[in-house]
Write a protein that binds this ligand. Sequence first.
Ligand code: SF4
Ligand code: SF4
Length: 100
Amino acid sequence: MEPITGITRGGTPWTPEFAVALNARVCIGCGRCYKVCTRDVLELIDRSEDDLPDDDDEDDSDSIASVMSLANPMDCTGCGACSRVCPKSCFTHQPMAAAA
Ligand code: SF4
Ligand code: SF4
């Protein structure tokens, strides 16, 4: 099935890649993605014990107290900005099939 596509102001087609997952075990809670998302999709939350980073460093305990979450995934426009700025490659993106 064909994915839904958008169009730039200049008429060039592009395929939105929606944020569908965020790897909490890799996220360092830096907030970069939150700053660039224009759709309020993301929210910084307290980290659960199950989501401790794989490369946990005791000297960095303050920054791992929080983790980013996909609080409002249905508001995502698939712009991809979050992944552009994420230093840990936390996001998984997928295009969405167009309705038949
Ligand atoms: S793809 Fe764009 S709209 Fe979606 S979460 Fe990332 S920055 Fe926000
Ligand atoms: S940019 Fe990446 S590492 Fe930083 S808070 Fe967002 S998801 Fe986590």
